[in-house]
Unconditional design. Structure first.
Lengths: 511, 505
């Protein structure tokens, strides 16, 4: 028991408490609900930053802030075992930051029944923080579902066009993915002989006695496709653009930014270390499907006319790199995946928020009906350019995405030399659609449709209330971009202690 | 029968050990007496007396006698008292209290006899309790018939409603058929196990322990196998397992809501109580029994879920979804043959199912609809706007039935899945996953009506003053629903109280 371990428990519990409180203060007016809602996101963020500051992985298994609580599932060897290691700490912090941005943005939205909207969003946040701080594999899954259920409700109730269809499709796809991964986790529990869902125990047991090849094959297969559906692995990605297109923007921010990382995190933290042989057996599958993500979805992105769909598809596309990083099975690849998850989470949340702001001004997501917005809203344009540059991963070491993609590319080169061409082609594709989107929305002449729309909407630049969440995301993005060591040091230590990852190259690019 | 045998039997009569059943019987009779004694204006008190009496009994069992006062055989081997039996007692009592409450709401403004409903509910509950502890085929059959005859009446209780009468007739015919199949199976078992020429035969061959000894000695006896098959078929009727689920949609639709709830909660659980003890008896026949149950479970899950997909009538939907739940529970039963703690998983699942069903039926009974047999998904449109509390209760109940974390239903499903995996039932697990995914479609479809705005054709009916759902929701109704919601949510997060009690039982 660490003296700060209760901070994790608080950061999971506070959003839930605030969620229920918002239901009670709704009669005190909108400001009370807003303040309480934002507090529910802000306090865990402060706690997460403190945990980042005080992080010291001295406890068994390389974890810090460990606490254990038996809820009564001892019969299947599950208990609420919380803690953070080098892999989960960056994601935990990222989840809290994106949550704060989404929360502030949601609080100022014009949603009907704001208290219920914030209620759902706070429950989601609590689940997200739980996912990344669970050492127990069962609770890792449990918290994911806790975060997922509000998503369905929020898409269905507060969503945009096609929300009914989107909510149903997202629900069914993600339930299928979740069920497959649940069965995969049960395989780990049962076949390992550990009779425990505890990740540390599982690691020890399987290190001493690895599973047979056939078990590894189907266990990893279940986890790969289960998690894969959740991470929108091609060709199981169709729910993602549709769902993000229909979802209210705060939900899209939280889901695309944080919740979708659940599957990748599961692969890097659980599946790959426990089933190293399984990764090798499925390596070709991962490579080809991930190439589907990068190239096929990349071309779809180029053809996309709808800005929000474009962001949705681009987030699907970037997941391809992450899968390749997982397949590399090296400390460099896995580390790159984690950095990329953090950076991509911040970036895509930022993009979804800015896209909504553009929609407020242009009244549409159709890029053909915009143009010249930079003159009317220069600061918004600057933010968007910054976010899109980060998303492409191109411009030098100023933004966090670059480090993640660079490490993945190096790892992928070790995996299959020729893959580097495909991956670089992906970068070119990203640059094409990203820069074209910027050009169409912000530069050039105003289209007639946009001039028509301006008669009804007075186009202003981004307000301070709208700037706050965007600035939070940008500041963290730039901070990690300039000082990647703040997360890579602990990440590197955690990955070095994983014997299954090849150590020929490690994450020391920042030195 | 010689006198000393009778004396010997009489010595094992431990009346004190079946005090819950006795109290229920006395309470049932007292209700009838009170109807005669009390003046007419005070008759409204009688259902309350029934509910309070049961609550006191439940409280006594839970807090004073949680694991059962006695154990071992009683009444000459007719009953086997066990902690698991005590768990089933609590289950039936809780469902009976809930059904009595539903009855009170449902009968409030109907020109029908009232008191008999509560009387019969109590009698059925007592019979089901005995059924769960039966250790002898005669006891099993008598208890089962007592409950089934009671259900005949309850199903057709709305005697001025055609659908209710139709349901009653269908249930009568199907019930009689299933009872006769069961009886035929019992007779075959009796015939086989009483044959003095065979090893392990005994005079009292219908006693579960004696029968098991016989089956161990003759695991390939054809007559015994036929008997086993027929007995399992008879039980499959009760739990609504494939291919004996055909009666469920019609009967559930026509029966009054309280009866539907009683059938889908208590009657189903009673079938599983029987099945758990029968699986133990038929253990020597595992080679035949396991494939049989595996096949039934897989087809039950598939039929229930795919059948429910297209239903718009709520009671038919809940009936078919109940069929799929029977399938999931059957997985647990199959697993319990090789995994010891699977029994705990089944009981946990049943309690989670009870709480979730309580929430769903509790909402259904408060929907304003003249003919409740016609209650369809459209009637739930915009429920969350009209009455947020009922909407929440429905969401939690359905979410738990669908097995969505962090609700109790998810933990139940998880325990069953883990048990099934440990029992190496991989094929069944695959079917179960398909079932869960399909079920999301109709459960979620129901919630869609209640929560999402559905574009409606604006015809003349819109102008009519619509009754508000939940107008009949009194303090007691709110408390009942609140209990179901909180129980469901709490068990999802913190399972210790129920889990430890069940594991101890």
């Amino acid at each position: 028991m660490n003296e700060f371990s209760s901070l994790i428990q608080f950061s999971i519990a506070i959003p839930i408490v605030c969620a229920f409180l918002t239901l009670f203060v709704k009669n005190w007016g909108r400001p009370a609900v807003q303040i309480l809602g934002v507090a529910g996101f802000a306090i865990p963020t402060i706690l997460a930053l403190l945990l980042w500051l005080w992080y010291d992985p001295s406890e068994p298994g390389g974890y810090a802030f460990v606490s254990n609580f038996d809820t009564g599932l001892g019969i299947i060897g599950a208990s609420l075992h919380l803690g953070l290691n080098g892999l989960s700490l960056p994601l935990f912090v990222m989840a809290s930051v994106v949550g704060l941005a989404a929360g502030i943005f949601a609080a100022q939205s014009k949603a009907e029944n704001l208290h219920r909207y914030l209620f759902c969003l706070l429950i989601m946040q609590s689940g997200l923080l739980g996912v990344f701080s669970s050492i127990d594999v069962f609770y890792f899954y449990f918290f994911h579902e806790l975060a997922l259920i509000p998503t369905f409700i929020m898409i269905g109730v507060w969503g945009g066009r096609e929300r009914n269809y989107a909510a149903m499709k997202v629900t069914i796809y993600l339930t299928l993915g979740a069920m497959l991964s649940l069965i995969g986790l049960i395989v780990l529990y049962s076949k390992s002989g550990a009779d425990s869902f505890d990740l540390i125990t599982l690691k020890e047991t399987l290190a001493a006695q690895p599973l047979s090849e056939s078990v590894q094959r189907y266990a990893f297969g279940l986890l790969l496709f289960g998690f894969g559906i959740l991470v929108s692995l091609w060709p199981f990605h169709t729910w993602a653009p549709l769902g993000y297109g229909a979802a209210p923007s705060s939900v899209a921010m939280l889901h695309a930014g944080v919740l979708k990382k659940f599957g990748l995190y599961g692969l890097v933290q659980i599946a790959a270390p426990l089933l190293p042989q399984g990764v090798g057996l499925w390596e070709d599958w991962i490579i080809w499907l991930a190439l589907g993500n990068v190239l096929v979805i990349g071309f779809i992105c180029i053809a996309q006319r709808d800005l929000k769909q474009l962001i949705g598809y681009s987030s699907v596309m970037h997941m391809g790199y992450a899968f390749l990083g997982v397949a590399a099975m090296s400390a460099l690849g896995a580390g790159g995946v984690v950095i990329m998850m953090v950076a991509h989470g911040l970036t895509v949340a930022l993009l979804f928020q800015l896209t909504t702001l553009i929609h407020h001004r242009a009244g549409t997501f159709e890029m053909d009906e915009m143009g010249g917005l930079a003159k009317k809203a220069p600061v918004l344009a600057a933010f968007f350019v910054c976010a899109m540059m980060a998303s492409i991963g191109l411009p030098g070491p100023g933004l966090a995405n670059f480090w993640g993609e660079l490490s993945i590319f190096l790892a992928v080169y070790d995996l299959r030399n020729w893959l580097i061409f495909a991956v670089v082609a992906g970068i070119v594709i990203s640059a094409i659609y990203g820069l074209r989107a910027i050009a169409r929305v912000f530069f050039g002449e105003e289209t007639e449709a946009f001039q028509e729309a301006q008669k009804e909407i007075a186009v202003k630049d981004i307000t301070w209330a709208e700037r706050t969440p965007a600035l939070i995301l940008i500041v963290v993005l730039v901070f990690i971009g300039l000082f990647p060591k703040t997360i890579t040091t602990s990440l590197n230590d955690a990955l070095r202690s994983e014997p299954v990852y090849s150590q020929t190259a490690s994450l020391e690019i920042d030195e | 029968m010689p006198v000393d045998t009778l004396q010997q039997i009489a010595e094992t009569n431990s009346w004190g050990s079946i005090y819950p059943e006795l109290i229920l019987g006395i309470l049932a009779l007292a209700l009838l007496a009170l109807e005669v004694v009390l003046p007419k204006f005070a008759h409204g008190l009688i259902p309350r007396i029934a509910i309070i009496g049961q609550l006191v009994l439940l409280g006594y069992i839970l807090f004073v006698d949680p694991t059962g006062c006695c154990s071992g055989e009683a009444f000459g081997g007719m009953l086997l008292l066990s902690p698991a039996g005590q768990a089933f007692r609590v289950f039936f009592l809780a469902s009976s209290i809930f059904v009595s409450y539903l009855g009170m709401v449902s009968l409030a403004n109907k020109q029908l006899p009232r008191i008999e409903f509560f009387h019969i509910t109590l009698v059925i509950t007592g019979a089901l309790m005995l059924l769960a502890q039966a250790n002898h085929f005669v006891m099993l059959f008598v208890a089962l018939e007592t409950a089934t005859v009671g259900f005949y009446v309850l199903v057709s209780y709305f005697r001025n409603n055609v659908l209710s009468l139709e349901a009653g007739l269908k249930y009568l015919i199907m019930g009689a058929l299933s009872s006769s199949i069961l009886l035929f199976g019992i007779v075959l078992l009796y015939g086989a196990a009483s044959n003095p020429a065979l090893a392990g035969s005994s005079v009292d061959s219908l006693n579960f322990a004696n029968l098991k000894v016989f089956l161990q000695a003759n695991p390939t006896d054809v007559m015994a196998l036929m008997g086993m098959l027929l007995v399992i078929s008879g039980v499959a009727f009760k739990i609504g397992a494939f291919p004996f689920q055909i009666w469920i949609p019609d009967v559930y639709q026509g029966a009054p809501v309280p009866t539907t709830a009683f059938l889908s909660i208590a009657s189903k659980a009673a079938g599983f109580a029987m099945l758990i003890s029968l699986v133990n008896v038929f253990e020597p026949l595992t080679d035949w029994l396991t494939p049989l149950l595996v096949g039934i479970a897989a087809l039950t899950i598939l039929f229930g879920n795919f059948g429910a997909l297209t239903q718009r009538n709520v009671k038919r939907l809940i009936g078919l979804s109940g069929v799929s739940h029977a399938g999931f529970l059957l997985i647990g039963v199959v697993a319990s043959m090789s995994v010891e703690w699977a029994l705990t998983a089944i009981l946990f699942y049943l309690f989670a199912y009870l709480l979730a069903s309580a929430a769903v039926f509790g909402v259904m009974v408060h929907m304003p609809k003249e003919d409740e047999a016609e209650l369809s998904l459209d009637d739930f449109a915009d429920l969350s706007k009209k009455n947020g509390f009922l909407g929440l209760a429905l969401a939690i109940g359905i979410g738990s039935l669908a097995g969505i974390p962090p609700l109790a239903g998810f933990i139940g499903k998880l325990l069953i899945f883990v048990a099934a995996f440990e029992a190496e039932l991989y094929g069944l697990l695959a079917v179960a996953v398909i079932g869960v995914v399909v079920s999301i479609y109709y459960y979620f479809g129901w919630l869609k009506y209640a929560f999402f705005e559905i574009w409606k054709f604006n015809d003349d009916e819109e102008d009519r003053e619509e009754p508000v759902p939940g107008a009949s929701l009194g303090l007691f109704g709110k408390l009942t629903l609140l209990l179901a919601i909180i129980g469901t949510a709490l068990l999802g997060f913190y399972q210790s109280p129920l889990g430890n009690w069940l594991a101890g039982s």
